[in-house]
Design a binder for this molecule. Sequence first.
Ligand SMILES: Cc1cc2nc3c(=O)[nH]c(=O)nc-3n(C[C@H](O)[C@H](O)[C@H](O)COP(=O)(O)OP(=O)(O)OC[C@H]3O[C@@H](n4cnc5c(N)ncnc54)[C@H](O)[C@@H]3O)c2cc1C
Length: 409
Amino acid sequence: MQDRSYDVAIAGGGFVGRTLALALAKLAPQGFRIALVDAEPPDSGSADARASALSAATKNLLAVLGLWERLDAEAQPILAIEITDSPLNAGLRPHLLGFDDEMREGEPGAYMIENSDLQRALATAVAGDSAIDIFAAESIADFNSDAFRIVAKLASGDRIEAPLLVGADGKRSRLRDHAGIKCVGWSYPQLGIVTTVAHSKPHEGRAVQHFLPAGPFAILPLKGNCSSIVWAEEKLRGEAIMAAGEAGFLAELTARFGHRLGEIALAGPRQSFPLDFQVARSFVADRLVLVGDAAHVVHPLAGQGLNIGMRDVAALTETIVDATRLGLDIGAPIQLEHYQRWRRFDSAFSATIMDGLNRLFSNDSAPLRALRDLGLGLVDRAPVLKRFLVREAAGTTGTVPRLLKGESL
Ligand SMILES: Cc1cc2nc3c(=O)[nH]c(=O)nc-3n(C[C@H](O)[C@H](O)[C@H](O)COP(=O)(O)OP(=O)(O)OC[C@H]3O[C@@H](n4cnc5c(N)ncnc54)[C@H](O)[C@@H]3O)c2cc1C
């Protein structure tokens, strides 16, 4: 059994935990030591068929950390967005709301990256940073705090201690449960199906969000003539579609995809995910903070879950780095409250917006349909409002942490 001391201990080596470890290693004063504890072996490279829409703000954070240069060649900018709720049997699927010229001005507001590319870049960077000690495959079995530190007992029996423990251990966070933090939340009666499709015509960087009564069906551009599919389907039907043979699955997919991009073929495995809404009642406890899905889980319809987690990373890094430079205790209640004030309202607000959009669109109610179509039609005719929405989605405006604006600390 070993006891080791760190400045921060992070539980969870997903995208959020790893990015936080790297941000602290690069930006905190020299000598700052980080323990990163992950349940999965470091080289497991768990197959993830998803691709993520990363906002310009997330890209800025990754650029400051020197990661974007490793990802740039794989990143497909989103150059236009089309939103429709046409029935599947409609001959034409006119858009209700489209973003085109507004998105071609200046820096793209979002980029598509395959999760496996992001995973690889992060794993290499974290493994190569001497300020980070990786404990994997390992997990935190228990922890206790006193006035100066938190001591975490690992499943192997080793112990690590630090002034602050970060729960980045995903939506079923054991750390959150152990700290007695409850969540507000529910499961959606939908299954999230993802896959990759190759098509004969180019997508020209256009993303399509097709709101169907069972849930949104998104076509998101990847490099080359390929697109990532994120498809929320009514649960039982979704399970049947997942269980179908390849021809049956492709037929269901084609009915929703349409023929705008020519012939299509499956170009990757299919995977399904349960979809939840969840916000922790507190993002902090004694010498503990929650980040990423451990703190909040949102419906994937606008591709915001990871971007919100990256905002946590930027805010927590800024809080920790500023406090460390001043010689303050980074696990003191005043620092934790600073982080919580910065992040909790913003995350809960974003989760509620996604939930509202899913409810507004995932139904066949004629009056609701007329109302939402009128609303989106009005937005479509208001170029100033559309430019504002594009800037908001990029996530770089307002009182955002400096890292999201691409500024170092
Ligand atoms: C279908 C779908 C599509 C999505 N698309 C997008 C998108 O386009 N854009 C976007 O921004 N977001 C998207 N998201 C959301 C995004 O994938 C998540 O928000 C993000 O992956 C959460 O990262 P995380 O690191 O917080 O958690 P996770 O990825 O869940 O990582 C948690 C880590 O903790 C480890 N762990 C668990 N328990 C312990 C323990 N006790 N001790 C130590 N380690 C532990 C696990 O091994 C894992 O490595 C999508 C989600 C879904 C379901």
